[in-house]
Write a protein that binds this ligand. Sequence first.
Ligand SMILES: Cc1cc2nc3c(=O)[nH]c(=O)nc-3n(C[C@H](O)[C@H](O)[C@H](O)COP(=O)(O)OP(=O)(O)OC[C@H]3O[C@@H](n4cnc5c(N)ncnc54)[C@H](O)[C@@H]3O)c2cc1C
Length: 374
Amino acid sequence: MTSAPLVAVVGAGPAGLAAVRRLRESGGVRVVLVVPGGLSEYLPGTLPVATGDARAACYRTRVVLAGVEVVSARAEAVEPGALRIAGSWRRVEAVIAAPGLALRRVGGAMSESVVGFWDPTGAEAAAPRIGAVEGGIVDVVISSLPYRCPPAPYGLALRLARRARRLGLPLHVRLLTPEEHPLAALGRTLGDALLAGCEDAGVEVLLGAEIDPDALAEGKVPAPDSGPDAADLTIVVPPHYASPLVADLAEASSPLVSVDARFATEIAGVFVVGDAAASPYPRAADPAAWSGMVAAQAVLSELGVEGDEVAQTPTADCFVDHGEGAYGRIRIAYPDGSPPRGRPAVTIDPAAPARAADFEDAHRRWQAVRVETR
Ligand SMILES: Cc1cc2nc3c(=O)[nH]c(=O)nc-3n(C[C@H](O)[C@H](O)[C@H](O)COP(=O)(O)OP(=O)(O)OC[C@H]3O[C@@H](n4cnc5c(N)ncnc54)[C@H](O)[C@@H]3O)c2cc1C
């Protein structure tokens, strides 16, 4: 009896998980999921962890999926028909790599007043320094584009400003971005709404800021480092770079990997999906999951296995933290097809405390697709 073909999926973020589930549901292939520590981290939990309102462990879970072999390791290299794990090559029919984006180290031990993070684990390390600031200026600096979840740095600034207001701290929060208008790729309205939210919370936004990511990596900040405009703490959304696993496939001067419409790369049988792939959609969970399904479908059809159709374009659903339990929500769809021809249709739900329950629901749904107890 011949066994079903083996397909490897790398990474347990939204893209990898969506690919795994689509492959498994076809019933025609065996699936191995490779992820360090066998763990998955919920990235939207970064902000509550940064302000000391939650622990990173709340947003981390072990992946347990019925019928899927989970290998607790980092995939080291990929080539046609094989994946190297812990020094050994494993033969597979296809690889769907969803390693996300890696974060450059910022500031380091040298600089007490600069912290860089963009995941819950990094946020937990920075939280004591953030909590220790009782006045003065805090800068949130977007070091470079692209970065994951375009509205989230604004959410962090809003959260910090509202928390300071509640605690009666004399804190001025500034957000510095190299963009001339926030989230320009998604049209003017969304950026205007974010700027209005910042104004309402007293966050000063410095657009078109000259930011040198290399200098930031050394702990050198873009604002004056002394005098009345100097920041007491600079929080950096670090430069994102390509995961070493797919770095050779990344475009010059970009962390993103070139892929075709099926998310196939130039290496036969190797697909790159999610944040790591050069797609025209935002670095957000639902577009990542959609790309995982598109690639899984392509693998299934190459192997002659039936699968369901995937939507032509993704949607995106991002929470904007406004602090003190209030969340706004941004939904993006592409009813006229993929960009640049199809323009994004953006719906903005204003901030409301009731949406905190939606944020918690999204986290519960995320957990449920990673831990199957049946
Ligand atoms: C602060 C913040 C807030 C956000 N809020 C939202 C939101 O409200 N809505 C939304 O839609 N999106 C949000 N996002 C964005 C969203 O989380 C990402 O776009 C999404 O997680 C990308 O999915 P992914 O699967 O491509 O990569 P990731 O989620 O980054 O997952 C990558 C996976 O690959 C693993 N991995 C990496 N290298 C290897 C390797 N060599 N071998 C094996 N495994 C490897 C990692 O451990 C991880 O499991 C937010 C992100 C941040 C940082």
